[in-house]
Design a protein. Structure first.
Length: 287
């Protein structure tokens, strides 16, 4: 059986008791390491779990899944996922491969906390979120704005938008690749400040009033850990805020932000007076 086990958001202790029991008995233990990362190193997990861990990068999961699934029809294999197992479509694809395997491989999923639910720590109601979008690193000649239309759809309904930020792990250097050598770039993790800056930059091009510099937003970092940080303000303010080490996310507030949400979120504001002024002008009573 393939056990797809959520690890939660922070460290080695966030795994469930059921999950830990499976890990300790499994034939092999894999850690998916490219859609998200924990706040601790592989060695910390291995020491706590008492098991060696095989890092499963994008290439292994997407192109060499047979190695992961080897003997899984007769033995227990643990596949560890940061957050919740099905927050990324990659893991749905892996489960489908188990169904299509000959003979079919049974799967079991153990859920855990993910950013999709942990973002409730901001005080924004999870019931008031619309489509989740992703933000990638802009380059000089590539600035995709497909996220903009989905945020626009959310705002038409007054809904908040959770923005998941780009992670670059084990990315090949293109210049080296052109010379026939595989050299990996250092890991990069987008910050909430970079995301806010790119949203404002996109607004300057699109000019449809979706993510201008005065829109209220909330930046979060390391949710679920002892060092979690939450900061609220305008996109312009957040573009200058340092939330520290990864991982970061950002929420663009919807215009239907309830008074109770405002009262909770304002405590995280860079400038409470400015936050209150904009909320009363553009958000209060819009529902």
């Amino acid at each position: 059986m393939l056990h797809i086990i959520g690890l939660g958001l922070a460290d080695e202790k966030d795994i469930s008791v059921k999950g830990l029991e499976i890990v300790k008995k499994a034939e092999r233990v894999y850690l998916e390491a490219y859609t998200a990362v924990l706040l601790v190193d592989q060695s910390v997990l291995e020491a706590y779990y008492g098991r060696p861990i095989i890092i499963a990068d994008r290439e292994m999961v997407e192109s060499s899944s047979d190695d992961i699934l080897a003997d899984a029809d007769t033995k227990d294999i643990a596949f560890l996922v940061v957050g919740d197992p099905f927050s990324a479509t990659t893991h749905t694809d892996l489960a489908l491969r188990c169904r299509q395997h000959d003979p079919p491989i049974k799967t079991r999923t153990l859920p855990n906390a993910s950013i999709l639910t942990a973002v409730g720590a901001t005080g924004l109601s999870l019931y008031a979120f619309g489509q989740t979008v992703s933000m990638v690193f802009f380059t000089d000649n590539w600035k995709p704005d497909s996220f903009y239309d989905r945020v626009k759809d959310n705002l038409k309904l007054g809904l908040h938008t959770l923005v998941l930020l780009d992670i670059k792990v084990k990315e090949p250097n293109l210049q080296a690749l052109a010379r026939g050598r595989i050299v990996y770039e250092p890991p990069r993790f987008m910050t909430a400040a970079q995301c806010a800056e790119q949203m404002v930059e996109t607004e300057e091009t699109r000019q449809e009033g979706v993510c201008g510099k005065d829109k209220l937003a909330v930046g979060v970092a390391r949710l679920g850990s002892d060092g979690e940080k939450i900061v609220a303000g305008t996109l312009e303010e957040l573009s200058s805020v340092d939330l520290g080490t990864p991982l970061h996310s950002l929420v663009l507030c919807g215009t239907n932000m309830h008074e109770m949400e405002w009262e909770y979120v304002r405590e995280f504001a860079v400038d409470q007076n400015k936050f209150d002024e904009i909320w009363k002008r553009d958000y209060a009573g819009k529902s």
